[in-house]
Design a protein around this ligand. Structure first.
Ligand code: SF4
Length: 426
């Protein structure tokens, strides 16, 4: 399997792009994690991976999206994005996740990539704006991987994403990216309506056949103004997704990403461990894209280094949450976020202004934390990589108190649980 994977990378992608990914994502990425660990030992903090939602606008209207895509357009201007990236680079960062809205609606996006050829970008996109011309420019940059979201078969995808033809346009974007030999990923927010179609060997085999190099399965999180809880997965379905990810990693020549487990299958939240934080379209610094609360901004006068180091809001978020659960706080303990917002006077970073009410309306449910049902990695490579570079960096050992954990499944009766859930944002 590893040989087949190596062969695919060697023969199916542009060698220059592959070399850049290995250097910036592999070597420099590991170095940034190493610097993060050293900072933690000294009691300092700066997340080694930053996500930036560069624009709120989107051409789609997906079920369960938490971004105010129909509000007046707002974006992180080129200079502000450049300043943020430069300051993160000084801290050793070499990888940036770019989200929206739909990032390709930001007119300066490609210029941003061209300006920062020494770091690597992963763009979360619906693929609709990836034409051959755009893909050629991305190939020329060499430092960008599009992560294109597919949310189901044609009918399901078009329902999830708000209109006819979405699926076909997305597939056209994937094909344009692949024709131009980009390193392409496909992601899915797994929910009740797509789990049977996409969490399958058949779908992964098709991605491999197309030339897709990696896939990413998120779990649908019922948040935002229209959470669509009927789409959320039950605990059993979430364990099924985890088992599928572990098995696929060990058997198929495609990289599979998930961001919720360490090598032993222990659940974690990458925002709580401090692995990532997020900058929203208005410049607000949030724990993660779906937690739309902040006390700081990239537009503040302070250097970013000091902002992350001194933010009591983010520190409290990490410690308070880690004390109560290893899962996703917005799914399991939205009340903690309300408490945190009140304590720190955190502002609602949405245009709609209803985040606290939305949090109060969330019905708690289990997330990636499935105590007693941990599924360890089967693949030696993933096991090693996670041991070194993707784990909790001691966060839960320091803070988690099993006595304080409240199992959401204990509170929700079975029929209600089946009705709970949400779709993804794109
Ligand atoms: S809080 Fe939930 S959605 Fe945010 S990073 Fe953690 S697990 Fe993911």
């Amino acid at each position: 399997m590893y040989l087949r994977m190596a062969r695919r990378f060697a023969l199916e992608t542009d060698k220059r792009l592959l070399a850049k990914a290995v250097w910036m994502l592999g070597v420099k990425g590991l170095r940034s994690v190493h610097r993060h660990k050293r900072r933690l030992k000294k009691g300092e903090f700066f997340p080694p991976f930053l996500y930036m939602s560069v624009i709120n606008s989107c051409n789609l209207r997906c079920q369960g999206c938490w971004v105010d895509v129909a509000a007046k357009q707002h974006k992180i201007e080129l200079d502000a994005a450049t300043r943020t990236i430069e300051q993160a680079k000084e801290m050793g960062n070499s990888f940036f996740g770019i989200l929206g809205g739909e990032p390709f609606m930001h007119k300066d996006l490609l210029t941003l990539f061209e300006r920062h050829r020494d770091v690597y970008f992963q763009v979360f996109t619906n693929g609709h704006f990836i034409t051959d011309d755009v893909a050629k420019r991305l190939r020329d940059c060499g430092n960008v991987t599009p992560l294109i979201s597919v949310e189901g078969s044609e009918i399901i995808s078009d329902t999830r994403r708000g209109r006819d033809g979405v699926y076909n346009q997305t597939m056209a974007g994937i094909e344009a990216a692949l024709r131009n030999k980009l390193l392409v990923g496909v992601c899915t927010s797994v929910c009740k309506s797509n789990i049977d179609d996409l969490v399958t060997d058949k779908w992964v085999d098709r991605l491999i056949e197309m030339g897709v190099m990696y896939c990413w399965f998120h779990i649908y999180r019922p948040v935002g103004p229209e959470p669509n809880p009927q789409l959320a997965l039950s605990s059993e379905e979430q364990r099924r997704v985890r088992q599928f990810v572990v098995d696929t990693r060990a058997t198929k020549p495609i990289v599979v990403i998930d961001a919720y487990h360490d090598d032993a299958g222990n659940a974690l939240c990458p925002a709580v461990t401090g692995f990532t934080h997020h900058v929203g379209p208005w410049g607000d610094i949030e724990p993660c894209p779906v937690i739309q609360l902040a006390t700081e901004s990239i537009h503040d006068d302070r250097p970013l280094k000091d902002t992350f180091n001194e933010s009591t809001f983010l520190k409290d978020f990490r410690e308070l949450t880690a004390g109560e659960t290893r899962g996703c706080v917005i799914m399991e303990r939205p009340d903690l976020l309300v408490e945190l917002a009140e304590k720190h006077g955190a502002r609602d970073t949405t245009a709609r202004g209803g985040v606290i009410e939305e949090l109060k309306n969330v019905s708690p449910r289990r997330s990636q934390y499935q105590p007693g049902d941990e599924i360890p990695e089967r693949s030696l490579v993933y096991r090693w990589a996670k041991k070194y570079a993707f784990n909790d960096f001691g966060t839960y050992a320091r803070h988690f108190d099993a006595q304080r954990y409240q199992d959401p499944d204990d509170k929700v009766d079975a029929p209600e649980l089946v009705q709970i859930g949400e779709p993804s944002r794109r």
